[in-house]
Every structure is written in C-alpha cells, then in structure tokens.
Design a protein around this ligand. Structure first.
Ligand code: UD1
Length: 419
C-alpha cells in the first residue's frame, strides 16, 4: 500500500507553479465528446481522476495522445454510448458524460458515478435538468438508460447551484437548435473556464460566473480548438494553508487570486501577510495562526468545501477556538478522528465541529478517507513534531500531482513509499 511519511516541524519556503485545475480538466474532457476533431489541451495534468476520465473516453472510441503536458484528444469517431460501472465508480465526474453522450449519440447507458465518500451526493438536479429539456432517463440496476432524440432547448431552474448539474445541462443543450436558459447555476471559476473552452470550440454560451447561463444552441457538433485551463485554486489553497501552519514564505504562480478571496481574507485574519499579483499569490507567516471564530462552507464565492479539511488542520494549532460548519457534504468530517490521533482537540456534532487550538501536534499513523481529508493530514503532518505516516494516499493522487515533490521543493522532509 502506498504511503507518505513526513518528519514534521520544518518551515516552508519557495516558489511553486500551480498545475491546471482538475475541476476544469474533467468537464473539458467530457465536453470534448461534442467535438468533431482534435482538442489540444495545454497544461494537461495527469491527476488520477483525469486518467480515469480519459479511459472512459477511450472506451467510447476516442483517441488520446499525451506528450509532456499537452493532451491531444480526438473524439471524431466516437461509436460507443456506454459508460460501465467499473470506471464510472472511480470518479464523480463520470456523470458529466451523460449530457454529452445523450446529445451526440441520442442514446446512452451510464453507470451511477462514484468519487469521494463525503455524503449521499444525489444526482437529482442533473436528471431533473435534462428531463426538463425532453431527455428520457430510466434508472435501473445502477445504470441510467438515457434517450436524447427528443432533447429540445428550453428553460431549466436548478433547486440548488450544483456544479455538476450545471455542466450536464450545458452539455445536453449546447449543440441543440434554439436557446436554453439555466437559472440558479453554479458560479465557480471552473464553470467560467468550461464556458470559455466550449466557446473556443464554437459554442455560444454566456453568463457563467453569474446566476444565469444562456446557451444559444449551434445546431451541430463543435469544432477543434486549443485550450489552456485555469490554475487549480484548491491546490493553491492547500499550499498556502500549509505555509500558514508551518511558517515560511511562498510564491505561487499560475493562480488567479480572485478565485481564492474567500480563503485569502481568512488567512489574513489568521495573521498571514498576503500579496496578490496578476496571476500569482505570495504569503508570508512567521508566527502561530490566530484562531478564526467561525468558518462556514458555501457555494462559490463562499468558503470552498474542498478547503474545509485543510483549514481545519490549520485551526488545530491556532491560538483559540473555531467553529467549522460544513454545509455542502454531510460526511465531510472524516479527517477529525485522524487529526485527534495527532493531538488535535476537535469535537463534532452533525455538521458542526469545534476546534480548540493546541500548541503542537505530534506525529501518528493516520488514514486518508478521501481526497481533501488526505490533504488535511499532510498539512497536519508537516506541522507536527516527529514522524507522521499517511496511508491510503491513492485518494490524494486523485487531485494533487506528486504532492511530496512540491512540498520537498519548499523544504519539507517528506517521502512516498510505494509498499
Ligand atoms: C464539484 C467539485 C467538488 C466540489 C463541489 C462543491 C468537480 C469535479 N467537483 O462537485 O470538488 O467539492 O463541486 O464545490 O468539479 N446536489 C444535490 N443534487 C444534485 C447535485 C448536487 O443535492 O443533483 C448537492 C450535493 O449533495 C452537494 C451540493 O449539491 O450538497 C453541491 O454539489 P455539486 O455542486 O453538484 O458538487 P459536484 O459537482 O459533485
């Protein structure tokens, strides 16, 4: 079993280039199903979730070539409309293929998606949205049997601003004739990035970043394009929090500070000095973090649920107490037991956790239950005295590229063991 071992307590200093956003790459890969021709993605990163998505596309009939950080993705000859459960269960984003395959092939059989076990994660909004455009979907034996021949442009109102449902409805409508308006959509920067990618392929989508997206259907498949996704704000946030917890100085490039304001303001309140560049962020911290009274996760532009676990790790060594409320995913507190094994003092009730800061964590053997819980344990290990071994690091590889190499560059004493 792969594990990461950290000898904690080192200050972190240096520069890092933030990789392209996993959460942009995944919808872009699904969106390529609608492209007749080759999509060239610059800054392609081999997150294990992206490798799994590429395997899904290859089984549909796509051809893929990765040269360094460039992906050539050719969906010209897609001829299969089935996404089997062995792959679908590996990642939540497998469900994004539903809208695209329905639009392109008029029929689809898609297994229910998997992904991090952080809550029930229903897909009712995806189904409601596509059904309200005339798509027929029957749920049987763990599969969605879909018919897209009656898909027609129209209006969709989401009950909540789901990122994934927003993608699926755009994908179902972008090649139709006529205008589709989607209300109460997700406003995440990755949704804007996805819109920009589709428009580079000839789509006519507008409004991303606001509550309402308007898709002017182009009545045909999209064309080839070359595209570079935005930097990963969650990876950037993870490294900033790590430096805030360990003290030091970091400059991150390839990240738009506007995408991370919800975190940057909180880190400033914690006592960090932050400089915002055009596409860079610098952070300096030379003392124990000040406790934040309350952190509550919200859809963008609120505090991101994906940084809740890393931020909780930081609060474990703050100089007071903090209430952390997780509003998005009901089972996203699985890191708490592991942090408490390292000397943290966290009480949890339902979706609320009270973190009482302690002077110092100590190393322990801990288990990553999901992607961001794993990132939190890495931060805790970096801050702790002595050795921490983090097991189940496959979860971490889903959303971070060789995290140990990046942290080593900053001065961390960290190694990966593949046995
Ligand atoms: C995406 C991100 C994930 C992030 C999450 C919230 C990707 C690949 N993943 O996940 O990293 O944590 O946004 O920012 O981009 N919901 C429903 N019904 C639905 C869909 C969602 O009730 O049909 C609920 C979910 O249970 C959750 C909330 O809506 O409580 C937000 O989920 P959603 O925005 O859909 O997250 P994902 O797209 O799965």
């Amino acid at each position: 079993m792969k594990k990461i071992i950290i000898n904690g307590g080192k200050s972190l200093n240096g520069k890092l280039a933030v990789p392209s956003a996993k959460n942009s790459l995944l919808p872009i890969l699904a969106g390529s199903i609608l492209v007749k021709g080759v999509v060239k993605i610059n800054g392609f990163e081999r997150f294990s979730d992206c490798e799994d998505m590429l395997e899904i596309l290859r089984r549909l009939g796509a051809k893929t070539v990765v040269k360094g950080k460039t992906l050539y993705l050719d969906c010209e000859n897609i001829n299969n409309s089935v996404v089997e459960s062995d792959l679908a269960l590996k990642l939540r984003a497998s469900i994004y293929t539903m809208g695209a395959i329905m639009a392109r092939m008029k029929v689809a059989k898609i297994a229910y998606p998997g992904g991090c076990l952080i809550g029930a994660r229903p897909i009712d909004q995806h189904l409601k949205g596509i059904r309200s455009l005339g798509g027929r979907i029957i749920e049987r034996h763990g599969y969605l049997y879909c018919k897209g021949e009656n898909l027609t442009s129209g209006e969709v109102y989401l009950d909540l601003p789901s990122v994934g449902a927003t993608y699926n409805i755009i994908l179902a409508s972008v090649c139709l004739k006529g205008t589709t308006t989607i209300y109460n959509v997700a406003k995440e920067p990755e949704v804007v990035d996805f819109q920009n990618f589709l428009n580079a392929c000839g789509a006519r989508v507008s409004g991303a970043g606001t509550d309402k997206i308007v898709v002017k259907g182009v009545g045909k498949l999209l064309h080839s394009c070359e595209y570079k996704p935005i930097g990963d704000r969650i990876i950037a946030g993870t490294y900033l929090i790590a430096v805030a917890g360990c003290t030091g100085n970091i400059k991150l490039t390839n990240v738009n500070p506007e995408h991370l304001e919800a975190l940057l303001y909180r880190l400033e309140e914690s006592g960090c000095e932050i400089k915002r560049g055009k596409n860079s962020i610098s952070l300096t911290c030379d003392h124990r973090p000040k406790a934040l009274t309350r952190i509550e996760t919200k859809p963008y532009p609120g505090f991101p649920t994906d940084l809740q676990a890393p931020m909780m790790a930081l609060e474990t060594v703050s100089d007071g107490s903090c209430l952390i409320i997780e509003n998005l995913f009901e089972s996203r507190f699985k890191h708490i037991n592991e942090l408490n094994k390292m000397g943290a003092n966290i009480l949890v009730a339902d979706r609320n956790a009270i973190v009482k800061g302690t002077d110092m964590l100590y190393g322990a053997d801990v288990y990553a239950s999901d992607l961001r819980a794993g990132a939190a344990l890495i931060i805790a290990g970096l801050m702790a005295s002595g050795y921490t071994t983090i097991h189940n690091i496959e979860h971490i590889d889903r959303g971070y590229i060789k995290i140990e190499d990046a942290l080593k560059k900053l001065g961390a004493d960290i190694i990966r063991k593949n046995f």
